[in-house]
Design a protein around this ligand. Structure first.
Ligand SMILES: NC(=O)C1=CN([C@@H]2O[C@H](COP(=O)(O)OP(=O)(O)OC[C@H]3O[C@@H](n4cnc5c(N)ncnc54)[C@H](OP(=O)(O)O)[C@@H]3O)[C@@H](O)[C@H]2O)C=CC1
Ligand SMILES: O=C(O)CCC(=O)C(=O)O
Length: 419
């Protein structure tokens, strides 16, 4: 992560502000959309395995609920802060509006390093966190889901803890659950699948194809590894990837399945002993590839990095990987960047499908889920490209935010919030 410039929240506001001149949004509504509706900080006493008690800090932010129940993931990471959680909740509000889900936006997080916590400690942190935010969430109010370092296991614990307090099982209180607890087939890989779909679409828009396209992916966790595997299945050549320990590179391509197996069995990229050269995360961002996919943390593409990016196209799988200053450089250099609020929306789209199935006590097939995901993302992509052409916005992000702002402003207007 870079130290460049303002906070994640300031960056999100700047990116939103750039769309204001194209969107049909009054100053009052815009002011409303700059600030969260509600935040909560919780202090979580958790018993460590060594018998000592440690206090962890947790957050939940409900940014905007004008369009429906708040929705957004829960992140476990040492760098989690209230500022970051608010910014990520703001991104969620724009994301759900852009892809036309009947939700607002929220986000949560716990300041912790999951690599230092045993399974039992993770469970105790998750239960305490859920107890801490329990009065704020609920199936019709605010529905948590996975983000960095959380997945089906943590969502199962959250759903269980919430349900115990309510006195009966409420699967629709959380999405991203294991399938046997009401999770939907396809949610685990949904964000990566959406990134792969979007990569194909943007390549096609520029008259190219995913077949043989070279791809570098920063971050090989849930999102990065599924995007990599699915792009490789479509003929792309994933030449580099990384985790926090550094990266690997082979211009002829790396075996994404083999690397994913290593990570899923608890290994790190640095342990991979295939036919690859080590590279740093900084070098990965500057590789000469067709597509660069940041799929880890925020602010990695700063203006300095943007000056040296050699990819033809960037697809943002991570939330907030590009600073506004870098956006300017990339626009100047004619490097299209598909923004996070579209590119990684596959996760929340399939979360929505899970929630709908839970409320109906019904289960769709994987094929139905994937088809619905693809239809929704294709429509959102086409809407963004239309806005880009019609308003002649400086970049794709501004086009995407213009649509999101319009939708949120219309919701405020219909509700009579600002006469
Ligand atoms: N999960 C989801 O459904 C969604 C996730 N996202 C976004 O996608 C991004 C990745 O999330 P997800 O895949 O779930 O998270 P994971 O925790 O599964 O994976 C994160 C990956 O990023 C790596 N990483 C962490 N810090 C750094 C760093 N400083 N430099 C380089 N790599 C780093 C991790 O390495 P290591 O394992 O070594 O720490 C890991 O490979 C996040 O920005 C998240 O907000 C967006 C929409 C939905
Ligand atoms: O699946 C969800 O509800 C939210 C996923 C998420 O946190 C995100 O899109 O950033």
């Amino acid at each position: 992560m870079s130290d460049e410039g303002p906070s994640t929240l300031e960056n999100m506001r700047t990116q939103m502000k750039r769309a204001q001149e194209y969107a049909n949004v009054t100053e009052n509504v815009f002011k409303r959309l700059k600030h969260p509706e509600r935040t909560l900080e919780v202090s979580l006493p958790v018993l460590r395995d060594n018998g000592e008690e440690e206090i962890f800090k947790g957050y939940r932010c409900q940014f905007s609920g004008a369009r429906g129940p708040y929705k957004g993931g829960v992140r476990y990471h040492p760098s989690v802060s209230m500022d970051e959680v608010i910014a990520l909740a703001g991104l969620m509000s724009s994301k759900t509006a852009l892809v036309q889900l009947p939700y607002g936006g929220a986000k949560g997080g716990v300041v912790c390093n999951p690599k230092d916590l045993s399974r039992d400690e993770m469970k105790r942190v998750t239960r305490r966190y859920t107890e801490g935010i329990r009065r704020m969430i609920g199936p019709k109010v605010d529905i948590p889901a996975p983000d960095m370092n959380t997945g089906p296991r943590e969502m199962a614990w959250m759903m269980d803890t919430y349900s115990v307090y309510e006195g009966h099982t409420i699967p629709e209180s959380v999405t991203g659950k294991p399938i046997d607890l009401g999770g939907t087939p396809g949610r685990v890989e949904a964000t990566g699948r959406g990134v792969a779909n979007t990569t194909e679409q943007i390549l096609e828009y520029y008259g190219r194809s995913a077949e043989d396209a070279t791809v570098a992916i920063q971050g090989f966790g849930n999102v990065g590894s599924w995007a990599g595997r699915l792009l490789a299945e479509r003929g792309a050549n994933v030449v580099a990837t990384s985790d926090v320990t550094g990266g690997i590179y082979n211009p002829k391509g790396i075996d994404t399945r083999e690397v994913a197996e290593l990570i899923e069995s608890g290994g790190q990229i640095a342990d991979y002993d295939g036919d690859v050269d080590p590279i740093t995360n900084d070098e990965l961002l500057r590789l000469d590839v067709d597509v660069l996919i940041p799929a880890a943390v925020s602010h990695v593409i700063t203006s300095d990095v943007a000056e040296e990016v050699r990819a033809d196209i960037i697809v943002e799988a991570a939330n907030g990987p590009t600073t506004p200053e870098a956006d300017d450089v990339l626009a100047e250099r004619d490097i299209p960047t598909v923004p996070d609020i579209l590119a990684n929306s596959g996760g929340v789209i399939v979360s929505y499908l899970e929630w709908v199935q839970n409320t109906q006590e019904y289960r769709w097939t994987l094929e139905e889920v994937n088809a619905d995901l693809e239809r929704r993302m294709t429509e959102a992509f086409e809407n963004m490209m239309e806005a880009y052409d019609e308003y002649e916005t400086p970049d794709l992000r501004t086009a995407a935010y213009t649509i999101a702002l319009d939708s949120q402003a219309t919701a405020h207007e219909h509700r009579g919030l600002f006469p």
